[in-house]
Ligand binder design. Sequence first.
Ligand code: NAP
Length: 256
Amino acid sequence: MDRSPVYDFRDHVVCVTGAGRGIGRAIALAFAGCGACVGVNDIEAATAEETAAACRRLGAEAIAFPADVADAVAVAAMFAQLDAAWPRLDVLVNNAGIEPVHSILDHPLEAWERTLAVNLTGTFLCTQQAARRMRAQGRGVILNIASIAGKSQPLYLRSAYAASKAGQVGFTKEAARELAAYGIRVNAICPGVIITPMTEHLRQDEAQMRRWLSEIPLGRLGEAEEVAALCLWLASDAASYVTGVAWHVDGGKNMA
Ligand code: NAP
């Protein structure tokens, strides 16, 4: 399928969290392919650097900024490093996420708190840092990679994940409302099951996969590049009147 770059993000600075692999990596590469300078965050320094190197091979400027998005001090330091590297910030993609699997009946509190800290508090911390910079510029775009699990599609044994993703959707709308005054657009993207390391265990469960696939009108799982393609559009001026929306990228599984 041809998803070659049709957007021009030259002179734009984009920061993608959790971009060492999976969807975040695809988003970083998509922006790099459109000429953006890309700040590549991941908790894992080696994978962040690997993605940054892949972006550079596409001809883009890219720098790895390893940090735990749940750590307020580390996030502030990361944005200070971004300031030192580039004089502006045009797009933030809050993508970093974790998905522990536990029954509510014996969910470890630590896993619950860590999931909310990474998926939701991490989104807040990075948004706060980015929005301060974007307000000074008078424009910017923030994209939150949520999930259909946070809207209308309960998964199973993923209560902390679903709660954090629903939180991201609510936060997106609140942020879109508040930050519009500064020319900042904020949207959420809610993928269905996308082929990444996160869903490897899920995809190995043949019975569950058969059931899941039978409920997807397009009849297949998604690819990370298909999520990245929506990010490019939402970040572009083609979407200049679009804010506060949670977009499904799920092959039609949820039409609500
Ligand atoms: P993934 O393959 O597990 O990649 C997530 C990346 O985030 C990993 O590189 C991970 O680093 C990094 N990360 C984890 N915790 C972090 C932290 N505290 N700070 C910075 N980076 C951190 O997941 P994915 O499938 O690409 O998912 C990306 C996003 O899409 C997540 O928010 C996920 O919830 C959402 N999503 C995915 C799907 C899907 O089907 N794949 C569906 C709906 C929504 P390590 O590997 O080193 O831990």
